[in-house]
Ligand binder design. Structure first.
Ligand SMILES: Nc1nc2c(ncn2[C@@H]2O[C@H](COP(=O)(O)OP(=O)(O)OP(=O)(O)O)[C@@H](O)[C@H]2O)c(=O)[nH]1
Ligand SMILES: [Zn+2]
Length: 305
């Protein structure tokens, strides 16, 4: 039987199938599946089942440091990076999310929440200007006042909400998915069976009632809510993938004088020339350097990457 993972909690998963939702676990020790994955399962009665294998995975959003990896979600068309006018947000984290997305062919959209806080709006817009200049869509909203426009934008997409704590992601989820809180409670009771509940990813259908109908899942829109994140390690990304994931670098890659240019201080470096000429935003290049150094360090600590 095939199904769609609609909640992922460690090695426990809730899987939507044509015959209802099953509480599933994996045979192995590792939790190698993510919310949004299509999987083949063996039902075991009592509303339970075992996940046997992956059916399809078009892409995978994940993060990693030197020694651990964390699957966030799979089969995404879009990632919604939630930031806010207040408290301050990390634009480095925005760049990290974009790298994770671009390297997996997922389209980033930046959602600027709390746009009702007018005196903070300009500063937030300025901070987002380098991303906007690259063509990334920025949607300003006030989750407190509703999210109808954003909901319309998300129809038919397979998207995920990510963001730092405090950006209003929970408020936004509740505005987008009116029954999210009830669904969360239900899932955490089913999956957690009395243990302390930690945060986990949950998938919500955006149009009724397609998720349990295996046939219509492909074209159905859904939204995954993920736990707030403060760190987004990219140890699994190679140096080449990293440069490719900065979309403004793409036309310049291969143009450096040295084929193995590291874009640090080499003469004839096309990236450094573009930076000096104002064609690459200094802030973005800083993000690139920071992430590159961190990836190099992770690979040094764990050559297995
Ligand atoms: N003014 C204003 N405040 C908002 C808006 N959205 C959320 N808030 C407030 O921001 C605070 C944080 O909102 P949450 O939804 O709890 O934030 P969160 O990002 O989910 O935080 P975590 O649960 O820690 O991940 C709350 O006090 C909300 O009332 C908004 O659009 N405008
Ligand atoms: Zn170079």
């Amino acid at each position: 039987m095939d199904g769609l993972i609609v909640a992922a909690f460690g090695r426990h998963y809730e899987v939507a199938t044509t015959e209802g939702r099953l509480q599933c676990y994996t045979r192995g020790k590792k939790s190698s599946f993510a919310c949004g994955d299509r999987v083949r399962i063996t039902p075991g009665g009592d509303g339970q089942g075992v996940i046997d294998s992956l059916v399809s995975r078009r892409n995978l959003l994940w993060r990693s440091d030197a020694f651990r990896e964390k699957l966030i979600a799979a089969n995404l068309s879009h990632i919604l990076i939630v930031v806010a006018t207040e408290p301050g947000f990390s634009d480095l984290l925005v760049s990290r999310c974009i790298v994770a997305a671009e390297s997996q062919d997922i389209t980033p959209i930046i959602v600027l929440n709390k746009a009702d806080l007018g005196d903070r709006l300009d500063a937030a817009r300025t901070q987002l200007a380098p991303f906007r200049a690259l063509g990334y869509e920025v949607i300003e909203i006030s989750a407190l006042q509703g999210a109808a426009g954003l909901r319309e934008r998300l129809a038919g997409l397979q998207s995920i909400l990510v963001g730092q704590s405090g950006m209003g992601k929970s408020t936004l989820t509740n505005a987008l998915i009116p029954d999210a809180q009830a669904a969360t409670r239900e899932i955490s009771e089913a999956l957690d069976s009395g243990k302390h509940t930690t945060t986990f990813a949950r998938l919500y259908p955006l149009s009724a009632p397609p998720i349990d109908e295996a046939e219509s899942e492909e074209g159905a829109g859904w939204l995954i809510d993920s736990p707030g994140l403060q760190v987004f390690g990219l140890a699994h990304v190679s140096a080449d993938e990293l440069a490719e994931s900065f979309i403004e670098f793409r036309p310049l890659l291969g143009q450096c004088r040295f084929r193995d240019c590291r874009h640090e201080a080499e003469p004839g470096c096309a990236l450094l020339e573009a930076l000096a000429g104002g064609r690459i935003a200094p802030r973005r290049f800083e993000h690139y350097r920071t992430i590159r150094a961190e990836i190099a360090e992770a690979k040094r600590l764990n050559p297995g990457w």
